[in-house]
Design a protein around this ligand. Structure first.
Ligand SMILES: Nc1ncnc2c1ncn2[C@@H]1O[C@H](COP(=O)(O)OP(=O)(O)OP(=O)(O)O)[C@@H](O)[C@H]1O
Ligand SMILES: [Mg+2]
Length: 268
């Protein structure tokens, strides 16, 4: 039976605006960006929050393998990779969406500059510019927004690495938001990243250094490994799945009476 078909390309603006509602917190969105840096082999990731009222910005700089111009174009495209394709075991990505969905959950302008083999490329999504041209195609701009060039200086002289810049932080900087709120957000982000990446940033031979506004983030282990007041930790059980072996371990955390104020239990 012959079926009639019609092409149904998404409308850029409608699609991008609806992707903004995926419910990321700022900290979870940053964790997605940092996952990409880790997949790119970075051992240092620097996150910077810069308060400047409505022109405040957030950037993530890594020293990973970077991207060529063509790779960067693919990275900025929505769903460039098929989630069912096999990936390298060290690649934390799956859907080909994280960079865009995480960023648009926080900002209206996403600019990514990357250096690979000494060559630099830079591409930008700008939802305000797209909104001003509603019938436009999927417009990716080349280079930083006018006036934002200096924010990419940290990549100067680097052989490889990537800088992700979020500007027009409309989901963060809402009516009445001030620098105190911004500082509270930075604290929030610090504790979340300290927990999510604690295995990678702990120990003298840590695999990763995470730096937030020029201060290294110290790990926070929610399992309180090695704490003398932990009543019980199970042996590690191994479960085979179609996707590899999963190690499972149960932890019972110390009673709160056995903790000092400097050791908040995981539920707090
Ligand atoms: N910091 C980075 N350094 C090098 N390559 C990157 C970086 N960030 C993104 N990329 C490239 O861009 C691609 C798209 O990233 P994106 O986060 O959108 O999707 P993903 O990581 O493939 O999957 P997921 O949606 O699960 O995060 C990545 O697969 C990677 O090839
Ligand atoms: Mg990703």
């Amino acid at each position: 039976m012959n079926q009639k078909t019609r092409s149904a390309p998404p409308r850029a603006m409608a699609m991008l605006e609806s992707l903004r509602g995926l419910g990321y917190s700022t900290a979870a969105a940053l964790a997605d960006i940092i996952d990409n840096s880790i997949s790119a082999g970075a051992d240092k990731v620097q996150i910077d929050f810069v308060w400047n009222g409505p022109n405040s910005r957030v950037s993530v700089l890594d020293n990973g393998c970077g991207m060529t111009d063509a790779e960067l174009e693919g990275a900025m495209r929505l769903g460039d990779k098929n989630p069912t394709d096999a990936r390298s075991p060290h690649d934390l990505g799956r859907f080909g969406m994280g960079l865009k969905t995480a960023s648009f959950s926080q900002c209206r302008r996403l600019t990514v500059a990357s250096v690979k083999s000494g060559e630099r490329s830079c591409l930008r999504w700008d939802l305000d510019e797209l909104a001003a041209n509603p019938n436009s195609e999927w417009l990716l701009f080349e280079g930083p927004a006018p006036g934002s060039e200096a924010h990419f200086q940290p990549l100067n002289g680097e052989a490889s690495g990537t800088l992700v810049l979020w500007e027009n932080l409309d989901r963060i900087i809402t009516e009445g938001y001030n620098s105190d709120n911004f500082n509270d957000l930075i604290d929030d982000v610090e504790s979340h990243l300290a927990m999510v990446f604690h295995r990678l940033i702990q120990g003298p031979h840590a695999r990763l250094q995470l730096v937030l506004n020029r201060r290294p983030i110290a790990p926070w282990d929610p399992f309180m490994s090695g704490h003398p007041a932990k009543p019980w930790t199970s042996p590690i059980a191994h479960h085979k799945t179609d996707y590899g072996t999963i190690a499972v371990q149960c932890h019972v955390l110390p009673h709160r009476d056995k903790l000092s104020n400097a050791e908040p239990p995981a539920s707090e």
